[in-house]
Design a protein around this ligand. Structure first.
Ligand SMILES: NC(=O)c1ccc[n+]([C@@H]2O[C@H](COP(=O)([O-])OP(=O)(O)OC[C@H]3O[C@@H](n4cnc5c(N)ncnc54)[C@H](OP(=O)(O)O)[C@@H]3O)[C@@H](O)[C@H]2O)c1
Length: 269
């Protein structure tokens, strides 16, 4: 869905895809002050599926030494989205947090980041990814096929709706009296945006439960630094479901496209 908003309407804006990168700095421009040749970095760039990539200094940070290039490359956009979504929801230690869509790119980071904040995390995913969610530290794991988490009677202080498979009303039902719901994205973009942008603010006026949309994640160096810290401390470890060589990048996109990637898919060069 966000491809339409950010990647071009009728055809891709950039002919070479790939927004997340990690590698070694080959050369720097004259205005660059924080990085030098040979530094190992990760972050965001355009046309990242390549051997050489041009990136802005403000979109990169140094890669922790204890983390591989593949793991670091798995993190930027999905990690930033999870972090900004949880912050939008005002995440705090001790809160009960529900991550709906916990086994995709964004969700696997959201579970770990929420745990790093000290939250009690319930992860909702499909049956094949429940063990993965537990390995990421989720306190409770629910299979969306066998249980409707919005009808369990459990109430959450923060719900991060990573996908649009449930309605805004269903999520409202599962919110604590002053809870916050944050919508991240959906494959049914227009319907999801209409409900969340139009209905969300209206429904939020009916009480203290807040229904919000996080907007499009913004690449911020401070957030990349924060994520680098989580990687370095081991509090977050990217869950890579598969690695593809550059020649098979199209296959990597197909795997993501089926909506059950089970973490991040990485293309190695
Ligand atoms: N706001 C932003 O700036 C921003 C940034 C990045 C991404 N996004 C959006 O965020 C969304 C998620 O991205 P992602 O990369 O994490 O997606 P993804 O990897 O495709 O993950 C999808 C998640 O949805 C679950 N799912 C699949 N079918 C389901 C169903 N029928 N009922 C309930 N859950 C189901 C999957 O679980 P199983 O695989 O276990 O079945 C998985 O946990 C996308 O819509 C993307 O466009 C937004």
């Amino acid at each position: 869905m966000f491809r339409l908003l950010t990647g071009g309407l009728r055809k891709p804006k950039n002919r070479v895809l790939g927004g997340d990168i990690s590698g070694r700095v080959e050369a720097v421009g004259s205005g660059v002050t924080q990085l030098k040749e040979g530094d190992e970095v990760f972050g965001c760039a355009r046309a990242g599926l390549a051997e050489y990539v041009l990136a802005r200094e403000k979109n990169l940070v140094k890669k922790p030494g204890n983390v591989g290039f593949d793991e670091a490359a798995a993190m930027p956009v999905a990690g930033i989205t999870a972090l900004q979504g949880l912050r939008k929801g005002g995440i705090m230690a001790g809160q009960k947090v529900l991550i709906y869509g916990s086994s995709g790119g964004v969700g696997t980071f959201a579970v770990q980041i929420a745990k790093a904040f000290g939250a009690e995390v319930t992860a909702v995913c499909g049956p094949n990814h429940m063990d993965g969610a537990r390995s990421l530290g989720a306190d409770h794991v629910v299979d969306y096929n066998s249980e409707d988490v919005t009808k369990s009677g459990e109430k959450y202080d923060l719900i991060l709706a990573v996908n649009g498979f449930r309605s805004i009303f269903a999520f409202r039902r599962a919110l604590a009296p002053e809870g916050v719901y944050v919508f991240v994205g959906s494959s049914k973009i227009w319907r999801a945006l209409l409900t969340n942008l139009l209905l969300g603010p209206l429904i939020s006026r009916l009480g203290k439960r807040k229904m919000s949309f996080m907007g499009i994640a913004k690449i911020k160096q401070d957030d990349l630094l924060y994520l680098a810290g989580l990687l370095e401390s081991g509090k977050v470890k990217p869950l890579i479901s598969k690695r593809y060589p550059l020649a098979e990048a199209a296959e990597a996109f197909r795997q993501i496209g089926d909506g059950h990637a089970g973490g991040k898919v990485v293309v190695t060069v």
